[in-house]
Design a protein around this ligand. Sequence first.
Ligand SMILES: O=P(O)(O)OC[C@H]1O[C@](O)(CO)[C@@H](O)[C@@H]1O
Length: 545
Amino acid sequence: MTRLTQTTQWQELKEYSNNLPHMRELFATDSARFDKMSLKACGLLLDYSKNRVNDDVLGKLFSLARGCELESRIRAMFAGDIINNTEKRAVLHTALRAPAGSVVNVDGVNVVPEVQATLAKIEAFVDSITSGKWRGYTGKAITDIVSIGIGGSFLGPKIVTQALRPYANGKLKCHFVANVDATSLVEKLKLVDPETTLFLMSSKSFGTQETLTNTLSARDWFLSTGATQADVAKHFAAVTSNVAKATDFGIDAENIFPMWDWVGGRYSLWSAIGLPIALMVGMDNYRALLAGARAMDEHFTSAPLEQNMPVIMGMLSVWYSNFFNAQSHVVLTYDHYLRGLPAYFQQLDMESNGKSVTLGGETVDHATGPVIWGGEGTNGQHAYHQLLHQGTALIPADFIMPLQSHNPLGEHHAQLASNCFGQTQALMQGRTFEEALAELASSKLSDAEKQLIARHKVMDGNKPSNTLLMDKLTPATLGALIALYEHRTFVQGIIWDINSFDQWGVELGKTLGNDVLARLGAAKEATELDASSNALINLFRQGHI
Ligand SMILES: O=P(O)(O)OC[C@H]1O[C@](O)(CO)[C@@H](O)[C@@H]1O
């Protein structure tokens, strides 16, 4: 089989990447550029006109996608084929939001009924907690949830409850504990009353050190406040695919919510891992979130590649990673409720596409997943936008903004939007030396100083960005947005022929960490490792540098 970088499409794209006009010119010569390069789907509008593309380049990118059999690979994922080849698993986070009555078979068994049964269990649990029917060991209703989990068992629930704060029912407070640093747990325990707190332990494997340690310490704390082991069942629940381990841990079987090995951790907020979301915003809004994601699934599986939002975004990212050596990609959310979303997309994309061998085990000869980072606008403009505008690295940017605020107040939202749109315009058009010099014409600087300052004010522009708009941030538009990025990540993995759904790279650190843990507590000093590791271990043992 021809290697990706040897294909005709790849070679032609390489040619184009060196010969494209500046975006300023592309806009100047085509007044319909926005109309041609914008797309609406599932309550979102994607403006991809501020990219280094023309019709030919887009055509070549779609041709490359077809050459990689993208359409059939999409169908294979949704059909439950074993596409996670190293763990021999299907990849079916999409089944979690499939309509009741759908058929999605895993090993010949339709999994949708079990998914729906779990949703019903979640609904009953949410109702019991939020109605006050569920009572703690002293007969009081639950007021606080402490959600313990890490990675995909933490980021999804945390980010989505934050984003959907306007939809919170106000009946509960939710606290998230992830890091094994005791501070993460201790600071939260200061905020809660053991008599009215439910601890929700979320771990697909039920084997993650941080989550187990935090849950054990939370249980110790709970028992230290006067409760007994018999009271644990009223204050601890678990979400896991390892029900036996959870039962052994002492979680009442009735309070264990299943998840399945065909749901990757970073794709799991649509499963019972999303319980904190349902508890905070109610089942109707949680179902609306799922429905938004389902709408994006239907778009992804039905729209032609040329009109397919995840495909367009995924192929543009391939374009910059592989033909412009873009090493990172920035996500800028111009909405305070969405301030956590870049971190969520960071895990989603980097843990999926941070790979360097193909499905067949060959070392890739091209770049794969970029570094994903970002933050909320307009804060980033006062932190890292200088580098975006005048640095030496090309960093494609996604700007995400609702057109309507949940908190309309005077000029605020108009100013937010003006910053968002102004930034994409500045990145695209830049500022020429002549423009910079003209701006200095009336200054009192000498001609030599004007020339020098003008040089420092030049911005090359031609910096690509996508702008994603929605009318309002709602459970449905948020669900569609997250599913959009899930499928954008999938598209890139297909082009690069990598496995986006395993994460062997996180295993070694865990294994070595367990060995170091044993040495930290050993009777004698560490001497058998490398000089640095020995020294670091022994410094910890002595407790001072
Ligand atoms: O849900 P678990 O099994 O505790 O895993 C937590 C996280 O650790 C990872 O396995 C590795 O980071 C993630 O994929 C996962 O979301």
